[in-house]
Design a protein around this ligand. Structure first.
Ligand code: PEP
Ligand code: MG
Length: 585
């Protein structure tokens, strides 16, 4: 039966493929594709894990019987028997193996994929006793997952084709459907074969959506209950423009979307011709188009899109999903140098670590509710760094050393207080002193502040006094100005880049920066939204930083714009009660 689910549109285009459901589990499960030659080893891991759990249960049975001298509670023994039966169930075993052999899932993923299928079968049973057996399957799978966790196999990088896309080992395209994916999970899927993805939760500027956008595949977030209704292998259409997901489409609907998909591909090919065209408005204003990246390898996409530098390297992705084992100075230094070299002499703006909020260091923390009740207002970004000065110093030393290899700009997120500025500057000086004491080679940097807290936007002169440049983080500036959690789909309709208060702050920051001759950039998602390009130009913005996939469409918009005329128009938009109504004037 065909049905439709609505959510928030994250990235453009249409994807059509078979659904791969990724379930959240109480155990932290890594999901990745194995190489075909790893299949036997993966099945062996599965068998070993099952063997360990079987032995564990048999041992428990023995202990219970010995302790109770023949009068063991029959319910407990019956439960252990059920668990043993499930573990020895041929059909379950075969089905899990199939996920490994045919889809090349790692063992943990194969187990949870099959658990999902079985759980739904149990849910549909009429007999309440049988329905409750679902919990037993979950417990058995969870035990196996825990054993597998202690015996992890190395994640092999995917085999890439000439375009840098992962090579799939099966015929149909796949789309990912999940209740939630952490930014760290998303990063793991970045170089994978998925044609699109859908999550139940999240807003347009949640970090999961941001990483998805950087993958340049159609995506819908905040689709509420999609992962409950879509089944493994269902055919799914993801319309990333409209925020719509069509499940089990009829042939007529499939045809319609296939046409739309091809039109999108042609549009991309057309835009690709603009790569080497300088971004200059029709009245001769030069505009800087920079790339937002999450890892050093993204430099390839940045150059391919014609970016003239990196405007935001979100370094926290180097720190996430590592079970708290942070990269040391050497590892960080190598990553920053790789990025600088990857950008071939162009400037690279590296942001100091911004963990916390919807980017927990450890993905388990986010799921167990260990985090702050309102993490966006908690110990995040520079606040976290200043509370962990030893860690911050490691990053600052690595950045200074990387600066010896090229143009490195360092950007500090979420500053609001003069005391935070002073502490940051003091730690930066200490990092230099430490490098001097070691006789280490390091370079000079330009230092920038992110303006993403209203308090900072209202005290720009303080920032201009201490920093070489400013970068406006509109994702957070909007979140904090409007008191809207950017990751919460239930208030997503109130997340409004065009709210007069937001526009007023933006206009003032840009104007004050320009008046002092200091570069001001926007690096939030607003910079990559073609619907906002004219307005940002009109507000005086001359530097935009966005995902590489958005650069050419924004450039096209710039080439068609007259910045001076837009300046006059932007003034009326700023004064309006409902700026959105004037956007297309
Ligand atoms: C922003 O807040 O706009 C920004 C660019 O930073 P992040 O999205 O990583 O919080
Ligand atoms: Mg931010």
């Amino acid at each position: 039966m065909t049905f439709t689910v609505h959510g928030q549109a994250v990235s453009r285009g249409v994807a059509i493929g078979r659904a791969v459901i990724v379930t959240s589990s109480r155990v932290d499960v890594a999901h990745y594709f194995i190489q075909p030659e790893q299949t036997a080893r993966e099945i062996e891991r599965l068998c070993q894990a099952r063997q360990v759990v079987v032995q564990d249960i048999e041992r428990t049975q023995g202990q219970v019987q010995a302790m109770s001298a023949g009068s063991a509670p029959p319910e407990l023994l019956a439960l252990l028997d059920v668990h043993l039966m499930l573990l020895q169930d041929e059909q379950l075993d075969q089905s899990v193996r199939q996920w490994i052999e045919e889809r090349h899932y790692n063992a943990e993923w194969a187990l949870t994929a099959q658990l999902e299928v079985v759980a739904r079968q149990f849910d549909e049973m009429d007999d309440p006793y049988l329905r409750e057996r679902k919990a037993d399957v979950e417990q058995v799978v969870e035990r196996m997952l825990r054993v597998l966790q202690g015996n992890a196999s190395p994640v092999m990088p995917p085999v890439l084709d000439n375009e840098g896309k992962a090579v799939a080992h099966w015929e149909d395209p796949l789309v990912l459907v999940a209740h939630d994916l952490s930014p760290a999970d998303m990063l793991q899927f970045k170089q994978s074969v998925f044609a699109g993805f859908v999550t139940d939760v999240g807003g347009k500027t949640s970090h999961t959506a941001i990483v998805a956008r950087s993958m340049d595949i159609p995506a819908v977030v905040g689709a509420r209950t999609a992962s409950q209704w879509v089944r493994q292998d269902d055919w799914v259409i993801i319309d990333g423009d409209a925020g719509v997901v069509v499940v089990n489409p009829s042939p007529a609907i499939l045809d319609e979307y296939a046409i739309k998909q091809r039109a999108g591909e042609r549009e991309r090919e057309r835009l690709a011709r603009l790569k080497n065209t300088p971004a200059i408005t029709s009245d001769g204003q030069h505009i800087e188009l920079l790339a937002n990246i999450e890892q050093p390898s993204d430099a390839v996409a940045a150059l391919k899109a014609g970016a003239v530098g990196v405007g935001l390297f979100r370094t926290e992705f180097l720190f996430m999903g590592r079970n708290g084992q942070l990269p040391d100075e050497e590892e960080q230094y190598r990553a920053y140098v790789a990025t600088v070299e990857g950008m071939q002499g162009l400037p690279v703006t590296i942001r100091t670590i911004d963990v916390g909020s919807d980017k927990p260091l450890d993905r388990v923390a986010a799921r167990t509710g260990e985090e702050h009740l309102n993490p966006a207002l908690g110990l995040r970004a520079i606040r976290w760094c200043l509370s962990e000065p030893a860690m911050f110093l490691i990053q600052l030393r690595a950045l200074l050393r990387a600066a010896a290899h090229g143009q490195v700009h360092v950007l500090v997120p979420m500053l609001a207080h003069a005391s935070e500025i002073h502490q940051t500057l003091t730690l930066l000086q200490r990092a230099r002193d430490e490098l001097d004491a070691q006789g280490a080679v390091y370079g000079s940097i330009k230092l920038g502040a992110m303006i993403e807290v209203p308090a900072a936007a209202l005290t720009v002169p303080l920032f201009l006094k201490h920093f070489d440049f400013l970068s406006i983080g509109t994702n957070d500036l909007i979140q904090y100005t409007l008191a809207i959690d950017r990751a919460d789909e239930s208030v997503a309709h109130l997340y409004d880049p065009l709210h007069p208060a937001v526009l007023r702050l933006l206009a003032d920051v840009i104007a004050q920066g320009r008046a002092q001759g200091k570069p001001v950039s926007v690096c939030g998602e607003m910079a990559g939204d073609v619907a906002m390009t004219r307005l940002l130009l009109g507000l005086g913005l001359r530097s935009f930083s966005m995902h590489p996939s958005q650069i050419l469409a924004v450039k096209q918009q710039i080439l068609r714009s007259d910045a001076q005329r837009l300046g006059v128009w932007a003034h009326t938009v700023l004064e309006a009660d409902d700026p959105a109504s004037l956007l297309n004037d």
